[in-house]
Write a protein that binds this ligand. Sequence first.
Ligand code: ATP
Ligand code: MG
Length: 390
Amino acid sequence: MEKVILIRFGEIFLKGKNKRFFENLLERNIKNALSIYDCVIEKSHNRFYVAGYDNEIEDNIIQTLQKVFGIHSLSPAIKMHTDIDKIADLICDSLPVAQKFRVTVKRADKTINLTSTEIASQIGGDILVRKPDMVVDLHEPQLNINVDIRENKTTYIFFKNIKCFEGMPVGSSGKGLLLLSGGIDSPVAGFRMAKRGMQINGIHFHSYPFTSIQAKEKVIELGKIISGYCGHFPLFVVPFTKIQQAIHQYCREDFMITVMRMIMVEIAEKIAIEQKCGALITGESLGQVASQTLESLTVTNSRAKNLPILRPLIDMDKTEIIKISKEIDTFETSILPYEDCCTVFLPKNPIIKPKLSVAEAEYNKIVGLKELIDDAINNVEIVKITNKRG
Ligand code: ATP
Ligand code: MG
């Protein structure tokens, strides 16, 4: 016998003619995610198995796999050569504490003459003989003992089914550039698009020395957490100070944030195209703040001439977003109290319903803007963030 982890993948992407493509990507992502561990990945009959690992690292492997999109669920399992008479012995040797149990058998091996139900009752009976304290309860068991008898004379026994995020394998839906601030929303937006199969790069606008080095470190830390879900995560850090000063100098105060957003999107689109990204991603949610009204979104959209802006949080309440950020472990980092560049030159009364024509006029007032934008792009710092898994 041997301990393995059984990986089931979601079925949505298994139906079409691209099945092989999705499966190969998922296999690649699983291998990349587990490359830090000493283990092997095997594939058979629409499943993957992790084998050959030390017991102590089983939990780490499971935690890492839970972040790989496209996986439906996981089960730590015992793998044995099929022998119906020995199954109960093995089960009794590794039973978690429980009184009421049921045995569920799946039998793909049709060379065995017994039906699944007959095998289940034989195993159940054997367990009762060895463990007289236990009772069978088919409807509300404390422990579900699953026995999966496969075609190749191999049987898997497992007690747990750990649900994962599902989604699509990262890399199956192109690449997006995430506008990553230090806040709660944008990391969640990146997570959601990665879950739909996007490979994610990040871009952060940094206004040093108006914003501190720690503010940048915080964004890098968020990038590390995101990379646990999407693999490598190059972060483009754009020096934004001179542009912010110019906005401050030339634009109407109530339009400062609107113009800042326009320029952010313009720069992000340029870098996205350079990096062969097919979309921009933001953490905006309708009506959350003045810069996220329909009118404001219309203005920012106007600066993305060639790429769509994906806003996966557009219909979500802050409480829903916070719930996800806690689940994906970005919340505690997001709430660290460092300023974002948006808060540095914050106007008292930002315009809530900016007119596109007025916003464009304010944008056009900035003397030397093209050079400032080129300069910012030429001085981008690329931080290659490595995976933080486990
Ligand atoms: P978040 O919690 O993501 O910071 P927010 O509620 O603070 O969002 P805004 O500050 O209005 O909202 O930002 C809206 C979106 O613009 C963010 O979700 C992010 O995608 C992008 N953004 C804001 N500031 C920056 C920045 N300094 N660098 C990169 N992107 C940014
Ligand atoms: Mg913000």
